[in-house]
Design a protein around this ligand. Structure first.
Ligand SMILES: [Ca+2]
Ligand SMILES: [Ca+2]
Ligand SMILES: [Ca+2]
Length: 352
């Protein structure tokens, strides 16, 4: 559109040059063209304000894994990399549905990321998912109804951009998952790691120690072999990352679960930023420390209506949805509002 307007503007400019001196007709016509260009500019302006929002992570703000066996390889540390270089590598891995992988290392190691819009908190509905690499064991291991396998729960904090500056410098709220009130869960736990020769300390950190504070979940592993050859980690029911397979509804997260430091409901209208840190502090023999892995995150409301209507993918027909994914027809309704318009190959947000 911008190119068209530029060309149209050139055209009007040329047109007025070539028709000089002005006759009443050219004058009128040039006013008409200007009006067209003006209206078109308004349209582009509106269109760019309402440009499509991405359901995926748009930016990684901070990345500081705790010492762990994959810490210098997911993402890969290269000589000379500093904290900013590693942050960019983490962003490259997990933003924009790239589906790379980062490891948060041992307990407390974290990543902070954000979206290009507010993820709406719809009451009673799951709102987003942070994707991990958890899986259930093929042996069907279970403990008290909890499936076992590779389940490495990460704790989630969320933040609403209350001061509107686009930066994650506002209050954080923990999502109170299923173990929040477990008497074995330790709130306000602090752990300091010291540099060692094992190569598990983040290589881009100059300090000789790293201290983390947060919630420590109870250990969730069992040595089924009894001899240290077969470890299983059992999934907690809900509210954590890398705890259930991504396809499981129990992997989805609900902003309704956010609580204040006093444990009261935070009642957030939505969130702009997410922080995830490894929630257990345990070593599983040869498996090493339990560390949360992340491959991306998704605003479920920007996908729900779209993915639920998979039949639309089979045609080139245009489908229009509300912001929360409710289909409203094949053409833009007359009512003013912001709509998601999907064709087979494109998705756009359009102001009406
Ligand atoms: Ca919700
Ligand atoms: Ca802010
Ligand atoms: Ca994992």
């Amino acid at each position: 559109m911008k190119r068209h307007i530029f060309i149209l503007s050139l055209f009007t400019f040329q047109f007025s040059l070539f028709t000089f001196p002005l006759s009443p007709f050219t004058f009128q016509f040039s006013i008409y063209m200007k009006r067209v260009v003006f209206i078109l500019s308004l349209f582009t302006f509106q269109f760019s304000i309402c440009k499509a929002q991405s359901p995926y992570i748009s930016h990684v703000w901070d990345f500081l894994p705790a010492p762990g066996q994959f810490v210098n390889s997911l993402p890969e540390y290269e000589s000379g990399d500093d904290a900013e270089a590693m942050r960019m590598k983490a962003e490259e891995a997990i933003a924009n549905d790239n589906r790379g992988m980062i490891s948060l290392g041992g307990w407390g190691g974290y990543v902070v990321f954000g979206f290009d819009h507010m993820i709406e908190n719809i009451a009673g509905q799951n709102d987003f998912i942070v994707l991990g690499n958890a899986f259930y064991s093929s042996t069907g291991a279970e403990q008290d109804g909890r499936p076992g396998g590779s389940c490495e729960p990460g704790i989630v904090l969320v933040s609403y951009d209350a001061n509107g500056n686009g930066q994650p410098d506002d209050e954080w709220y923990e999502l109170a998952g299923s173990e929040y009130t477990n008497p074995l869960t330790i709130h306000g736990y602090t752990l300091t790691y010291h540099r060692s020769s094992s190569g598990t300390f983040p290589a881009w950190i100059d300090a000789d120690s790293l201290t983390f504070t947060g919630t420590r979940l109870p250990d969730n592993y069992e040595d089924l072999s009894g001899t240290g050859t077969y470890y299983v980690q059992y999934a907690y029911p809900w509210g954590y990352v890398d705890n259930h397979p991504n396809s499981s509804e129990q992997a989805q997260l609900n902003i309704d679960w956010a609580v204040t430091a006093q444990g009261e409901p935070a009642n957030l209208p939505g969130i702009h930023f997410v922080k995830v840190y490894t929630g257990v502090n345990q070593q599983c023999g040869w498996l090493g420390e339990t560390s949360t892995e992340i491959i991306g995150a998704t605003d479920l409301h920007l996908l729900t209506g779209l993915d639920a209507n998979t039949s639309d993918y089979s045609t080139d027909a245009c489908m229009v949805y509300t912001l929360t994914g409710i289909p409203v027809g094949t053409t833009l309704p007359n009512a003013h509002g912001i709509y998601i318009v999907r064709t087979r190959s494109t998705t756009q947000k359009i102001c009406r």
